[in-house]
Design a binder for this molecule. Structure first.
Ligand SMILES: NC(=O)c1ccc[n+]([C@@H]2O[C@H](COP(=O)([O-])OP(=O)(O)OC[C@H]3O[C@@H](n4cnc5c(N)ncnc54)[C@H](OP(=O)(O)O)[C@@H]3O)[C@@H](O)[C@H]2O)c1
Length: 303
């Protein structure tokens, strides 16, 4: 398959991004200091970012890309479907951000050759990624007994292999003279949410990037590898579960809006995040601790 890469959109105006989320949503005790350091606003004027899975305006990736662009960054956004649609999303993003520039690209994260084409394209423009957000992922709504042989490659290619490939290649062409950030989207769903098929396995498989990347590459090269354990966030990915939101809240869980999760992930890409290097931010809203049977009750109306 061939990547389809558009052209840069936007004026490249400078800007300042300010987080808007309520810090009480995030259980991680280290988070308040991270958010406080950005209280006066953050400039991303020197940032060149790749956010995969940002083609849908309701996705977490889109909201992260908008944050970065509003701080004046150059941001590449990807999706797996047609370039025309991703270009329309990029235009919307630039209008909402009021700053920065955005490059739309149709690049399937499950196709390593397409990822290579995108990275080669950026290298050809002398752009080295200061921020990598590999946020594209597919759901796998399936019961454990329903997992089929053909599912393994399909789901792991997008959710795992493409992300490892991006991270390994990025480590070889990361900037030399400034800090850089690789933010890994993790999930507290380790199988406790019924009917998730291979999705939990793929998210758990990404955890070593945070530790291994930091130890083997980041510590020598001014790089930050940070995981975010993401709570139930009302994006397209979770839209079929919207009916369970009230039950989840009644069970004491925190449900995030897309913008909240994006703010946590954006903060992970700011200088104050250096205290979090090689670790995972707990923004899971309590989902990592709920008993799977109580989780099932949330959806059956038992809570
Ligand atoms: N939402 C949650 O509750 C939650 C919780 C924990 C972790 N996360 C993680 O957070 C990240 C973002 O999730 P989200 O909720 O924003 O998901 P989403 O709403 O489903 O958006 C996913 C995006 O990925 C794109 N995409 C899908 N397959 C792709 C592929 N093969 N190549 C390139 N792009 C592809 C989609 O666009 P196209 O259709 O155009 O390809 C879409 O823009 C994911 O890694 C997810 O696992 C989410």
């Amino acid at each position: 398959m061939v990547a389809h890469i558009g052209t840069w959109i936007g004026t490249g105006k400078p800007g300042i991004w300010r987080p808007q989320l309520d810090c009480a949503l995030v259980d991680d005790p280290r988070f308040a200091a991270l958010a406080a350091a950005a209280g006066a606003g953050v400039s991303f004027a020197q940032a060149v970012a790749l956010v995969t899975g940002a083609s849908d305006p309701s996705s977490i990736g889109y909201a992260i890309a908008r944050n970065l662009a509003s701080g004046g960054a150059k941001v590449v956004i990807t999706g797996s479907r047609d370039l025309e649609r991703i270009t329309a999303t990029a235009q919307q993003l630039v209008a909402e951000a009021g700053a920065g520039t955005v490059l739309p690209a149709r690049v399937n994260q499950g196709e390593l050759a397409e990822l290579d084409q995108l990275l080669d394209h950026l290298k050809g423009q002398n752009l080295a990624l200061t921020h990598l957000y590999p946020f594209a992922a597919v759901n796998h709504p399936q019961l454990f007994v329903g997992i089929k042989p053909e599912d393994y490659l399909k789901v792991f290619s997008v959710n795992v292999f493409g992300i490892y490939h991006l991270c390994a290649r990025h480590a070889r062409q990361a900037p030399r003279n400034q800090p850089w950030y690789v933010i890994i989207p993790l999930s507290p769903n380790d199988g406790r949410l019924q009917g998730s098929g291979l999705y939990p396995a793929t998210k758990q498989a990404l955890r070593p990037i945070v530790v291994q990347g930091q130890n083997e590459v980041g510590d020598r090269r001014n790089g930050h590898y940070i995981g975010v354990s993401i709570a139930w966030t009302r994006s397209a990915l979770m839209s079929q579960l919207d009916a369970g939101v009230a039950g989840a809240k009644a069970a004491g869980l925190k449900v995030f809006e897309t913008r909240d999760t994006a703010d946590v992930c954006t903060l992970a890409g700011t200088p104050a995040a250096h205290i979090l290097k090689g670790t995972v931010i707990d923004a899971a809203g309590g989902f990592g601790a709920i008993d799977p049977k109580d989780m099932a009750k949330v959806f059956s109306g038992g809570h």
